[in-house]
Design a protein around this ligand. Structure first.
Ligand SMILES: [Zn+2]
Length: 402
């Protein structure tokens, strides 16, 4: 196999077994702090011999769209997922977890079809079917107790039971699972997707955050020790969404629309997913479907809300952020750095949160770290310096190694 074209870009099969980790919610602030305090020596060493840059995520900066951008090498306008959640043409709100929603194949499916063995391990089971589309072997840490490989229970291969999805080390279990499966499945390319439970709960420097990063660093070290070429990127950053007193800062759109006399609008919060204890369905971007006659009034009412940074049309959002126009609303709303967007106070159960609200979704969570263990070609280094996206990580690792 020389190269496989996926979504308009040619990918060379890895010259040596390679792995990409999506460190969910790993804002650059966590790594800057970790490097400054020498908390993550293996990753520091890895980028010293390789590359480290800040890249940008797909907007809205949510998990599903960005994981799909990473594995397809393409924006949401191509792969079809603008959020974790959307309003379907029948007027029902639907979780975007069914692979039938995807409009593009993954790099992994393309390589596998050309005879290159691949493997995917995800922490969150909500991504398993999406990432496994096209017959790619895909396992989840969340349901590892129900899955097996070649007749062997996954938890026996790892050597410990899988933690709960809200435990601090559920992400690490996904890497441990990959470390156990790689010698058996011998993939040339592996993708490991983590979860952001720790980042939603803890700021850089917090005890659990440090514990998370130290263990992540050890596991990245084990992958490097196996001779793997490693890329690490994030799906989005993470910011505190609280005021001076520590309480959540929320702009409630439906209340504002109602006060303005707008009827028949549907606010869609595309962060919505089964993991409500992370964020109570509160993120920093959303869209609103609205009757044309109400558009101007609704637009003004939302734009005047405290903490709303920008309101643009669905057409403008689709163009600016490469989103599938048919799957977003008529207005696209972005919150400021410290604010999240909700519908109305009764719709969000804040008692479920682990701690002070930390979340993502807007422009302030767009910068993500990108780490590559290898020296890059001048072209690849140029792309990274000019501003890569997380969707470029496989291109850089497969095509850009010197
Ligand atoms: Zn995420």
């Amino acid at each position: 196999v020389t190269a496989v074209v996926v979504n308009g870009r040619a990918y060379h099969p890895p010259a040596a077994p390679s792995v990409v980790i999506c460190a969910d919610g790993l804002d650059p602030d966590y790594l800057d702090d970790a490097f400054a305090r020498r908390l993550t020596p293996r990753m520091a060493e890895m980028v010293e011999g390789g590359a480290y840059a800040i890249a940008s995520a797909q907007v809205p900066t949510f998990t599903n769209p960005n994981n799909l951008s990473i594995v397809t090498g393409a924006p949401a306008s191509v792969h079809g997922l603008p959020g974790n959640h959307y309003l379907d043409p029948d007027g029902r709100e639907v979780q975007l977890t069914d692979p039938a929603f995807l409009r593009a194949e993954s790099i992994h499916a393309g390589l596998q079809a050309a005879g290159v063995p691949v493997l995917i391990v995800t922490t969150k089971d909500k991504l398993r079917r999406l990432l496994g589309r096209g017959g790619v072997p895909c396992f989840s840490a969340e349901f590892a107790h129900q899955q097996e490989f070649a007749g062997q229970p996954l938890i026996d291969l790892v050597g410990r039971p899988n933690p709960g999805i809200y435990d601090w080390d559920s992400s690490h279990y996904a890497i441990e699972l990959a470390l156990a499966l790689i010698p058996l499945a011998e993939p040339q390319l592996t993708y490991i997707s983590l979860t952001d439970v720790v980042q939603h709960a803890a700021a850089p420097g917090a005890e659990v955050s440090d514990r998370y990063l130290r263990r992540l660093d050890e596991l990245v070290g084990l992958l490097l020790d196996q001779g793997l070429k490693v890329g690490v990127v994030a799906d989005h950053g993470m910011r505190a969404k609280t005021g001076q007193d520590g309480s959540p800062q929320i702009a409630f759109l439906d209340d504002a629309l109602e006060a303005a006399g707008v009827r028949g609008a549907r606010t869609i919060l595309p962060i919505t997913d089964p993991y409500v204890r992370h964020h109570a369905a509160l993120g920093s971007a959303c869209w609103v479907h609205m009757p044309a006659a109400d558009l101007e009034r609704g637009w003004d009412a939302i734009a005047e809300l405290d903490g709303v940074e920008d309101v643009i049309s669905g057409d403008a959002a689709a163009a600016r952020f490469s989103l599938p126009r048919d799957r977003i609303g008529d207005l696209f709303v972005l919150a400021g750095r410290g604010t999240v967007l909700g519908t109305s106070p009764g719709a969000h159960d804040l008692s479920e949160l682990h701690g002070p609200l930390r979340s993502h979704g807007g422009l302030h969570e767009r910068p993500v770290p990108m780490l590559i263990s290898e020296r890059l070609t001048p072209e690849a280094a140029g792309l990274l310096a000019a501003g890569a996206t997380n969707a470029d990580i496989h291109h850089l690792l497969l095509n850009g190694v010197a």
